[in-house]
Design a protein around this ligand. Structure first.
Ligand SMILES: NC(=O)c1ccc[n+]([C@@H]2O[C@H](COP(=O)([O-])OP(=O)(O)OC[C@H]3O[C@@H](n4cnc5c(N)ncnc54)[C@H](O)[C@@H]3O)[C@@H](O)[C@H]2O)c1
Length: 380
């Protein structure tokens, strides 16, 4: 099978997540990175492309030039990965969808729900894929947790407690030349949410994905603890999910000692589950009135989907890159269906799509609205 022709916008020298997307796309040998507009600075875009083996002719100074040229090529890119700061996701995704090219966009999908809806509609009318890289949803033990909940092993769900805490913005890093901090605290580039948009959205998506519950309303208390910071750096959010399930999200980027501390706890009337991103190969299950068990990725008796996404035997740790690559693998399967002139059915798609992207942006808007009104309950 000919590899999928992938392009990338963003992810130049010194950038963070572009490189992770490139590694993820390579892990299963399903993609070839053929083209890029890797940086807003033309010179840096060219040198970045050269350093990762993109030919000079297919390294572009602007994403507009890339979309129009690639769509005219016989073997132009089939899909583009968008790994720029948040405010550019919408114009870039729109440009590529209008050029007939599938889109993989990092989160948050856009900076408001109007833009998000427009992209969803555009992808639909153009018969193109719009995927969003909520990568934590593709870890094998997360897929196993989802199956356990679906098959009733936890009973009626009562409580979903998700935290995503980091410490890298404890000090005003944005006042230095720190590339990633700089745009994340600028409302024009980040959107209305700071920490809540950057990592709160991951926690929110994960909670809905694992439980298959829709959130109905939320009540948020956002803070900007660092002097002069214009966006939130800490968020406490209560959530009411459908079916009387209650939840809480704590996301923070000012919690010293926390690296990438994403954790979800789910409790029903028959048992509880705990998963921690920093120990992703383990899922702790406690059925009521029985001893707790630690289920290990790659061990016997796990669900089909967890096994399908597990790459090496039990005891060989897998983590962030493999989880990200699992999304790229599932997206590749969907793109193969598009290639054959068909459309994947929604039941075949487990990776996050435009609708998940929309929900994430809607969560951010609701959290900011709730906070600004004095932490009142707001519908989602
Ligand atoms: N899924 C995840 O786990 C995860 C993790 C980190 C970041 N992200 C998301 O990925 C995106 C990028 O974050 P980052 O930390 O890598 O940012 P970054 O600042 O490290 O990189 C952004 C890149 O975009 C480039 N860029 C800016 N404007 C451009 C333009 N007009 N054309 C081409 N390139 C342009 C920059 O030059 C840079 O190379 C953000 O939306 C962020 O929320 C997702």
């Amino acid at each position: 099978m000919e590899r999928i022709r992938l392009g990338m916008v963003g992810g130049g020298e010194g950038a963070f997540i572009g490189e992770v997307h490139r590694m993820a796309s390579r892990l299963d040998d399903r993609y070839t990175l053929c083209a890029g507009a890797l940086c807003s600075d033309a010179k840096k875009a060219a040198s970045s492309a050269l350093s990762i083996g993109i030919s000079q002719e297919r390294s572009y100074s602007t994403y507009q030039e890339m979309a129009s040229t690639e769509s005219d090529l016989v073997a132009g890119i089939e899909v583009v990965a968008i790994v720029t700061p948040n405010h550019l996701h919408y114009p870039i995704a729109k440009e590529f969808l209008l050029a007939g090219i599938h889109v993989i966009c990092d989160k948050p999908m856009t900076i408001d729900t109007q833009e998000a809806r427009e992209l969803i509609d555009l992808a639909k009318t153009s018969n193109l894929m719009l995927a969003v890289t909520y990568n934590y949803s593709a870890y094998p033990m997360i897929r196993h947790a989802r199956m356990m909940i679906q098959s009733g092993e936890l009973g009626e769900l009562r409580v979903v407690h998700t935290k995503y805490t980091q410490d890298w913005l404890t000090e005003p890093l944005e006042n230095t030349n720190h590339k990633q901090a700089h745009w994340r605290v600028d409302p024009k580039k980040s959107g209305v949410g700071g920490c809540v948009g950057d990592i709160g959205t991951h926690a929110y998506h994960l909670s809905c994905f694992v439980t298959k519950l829709k959130a109905i309303s939320l009540c948020a208390d956002l803070s900007s603890f660092v002097d002069g910071r214009r966006l939130d750096d800490n968020a406490h959010i209560m959530i009411r999910y459908e079916g009387n399930t209650k939840g809480m999200i704590w996301s923070s980027q000012v919690a010293p000692g926390n690296g990438n501390n994403l954790e979800i706890q789910i409790y029903g009337d028959k048992g509880g589950l705990v998963w921690r991103q920093e120990q992703p190969n383990e899922l702790i299950f406690t059925p009521i009135n029985k001893p707790g068990q630690t289920l290990l990725r790659g061990s016997a008796g796990l669900s089909e989907n967890a096994n399908a996404l597990s790459r090496v035997p039990v005891g060989h740790p897998e983590g962030y890159i493999e989880g990200f690559a699992n999304l790229y693998r599932e997206i590749a399967d969907a793109l193969m269906i598009y290639r054959s002139g068909k459309k994947p059915s929604s039941g075949d798609i487990l990776f996050p799509t435009g609708e998940d992207g929309y929900d994430g942006v809607s969560f951010v808007e609701a959290a900011v609205k709730s906070n600004n009104k004095g932490s009142v309950w707001v519908s989602l």
